[in-house]
Design a protein around this ligand. Sequence first.
Ligand code: HEC
Length: 294
Amino acid sequence: MRLLLLILFSLLSNSASAIDWSKIEGTQLTLFFPGQYSWEWLLTSHQGANSIKKGRGCFLCHKGQEKKKGEAILKHDHHHNAMNSSSLDVIVKAAYDKDDLHINISHDAHQSVTNYTLMLDDGSVRASTVAGCWAYCHEDQSEMKAAGTGERSHYLSQSRSELTTQGGGDSLVSSQTLEKLVSEKQFNEIWQARLSTGNKAVTTSGYILEKRHLVDNNSVKAQTRHHHGQNAIVFSRKLKSARKFQKDLNSENLIYLGLAVHRKGNSGRTHLVSFPFTLSLNKNISADVNAKAL
Ligand code: HEC
């Protein structure tokens, strides 16, 4: 038995559960209810539209406004009654070893979350470097204002040939073009963890291009922790991409992230989201979250 425990410990020692997160500095972010504000709205009716077109990110004007924005947006939304909060404070930490990146997201344990989704980009998709999740949130996707009755999931503009203020509709580019975009890493990677009973995390991952593909149950792992009144989830993935729809996570590029959570009973757009934030694996490149080398 002793021997077995020793072996188990040595197997775990390189994994997320062996990291002393208390020694790693975190970044506080506030997630908020985004209503039905889409990519098209951001680039047209929004007062910050010109800045976004010039590549300036949301934090430039909105840092610290998340809680108030969430409250104001929820007040006028017809999903008002479905949401039990309009914002959530989280702490994000990151660490990496020679093989894996680990991202730790924690929050007050009373604020139960059932679903965590991370969007990642390596800088290939310019819209995501500026707007994070808003790059794939369109006026005509399901539950948005111009959705009609059709089902349409998240998509990136480069997957459409005709773009209007109502979104890109079903004007898909050719399958050869889609393949080329995948080979050029012109997609957003997504990692998702759903908490089952007992708070065990069930993960899936994939990418967003012409739609949301959740296709892989193995590459991304997640562990939940409960510590000093905080609930945490730790996502882990190999630094090197193992599938064609994954990005290489390395110290040369900033990693652009967006985080969305669903609380109990919520799904679809009744979620809380972050403004886009950056992560760096290089201590000489500063970011919102600086990953610690283990
Ligand atoms: C150059 C400054 C600037 C930038 C950059 C900017 N915004 Fe704004 N935004 C504004 C102003 C000004 C308003 C109107 C006043 C307000 O609501 O804060 C606004 C309003 C909003 C609102 C409406 C809030 C409400 O109460 O109804 C949302 C949502 C929003 N911005 C999201 C974003 C996102 C997402 C980004 C990044 C992709 C972004 N903004 C970047 C200036 C900016």
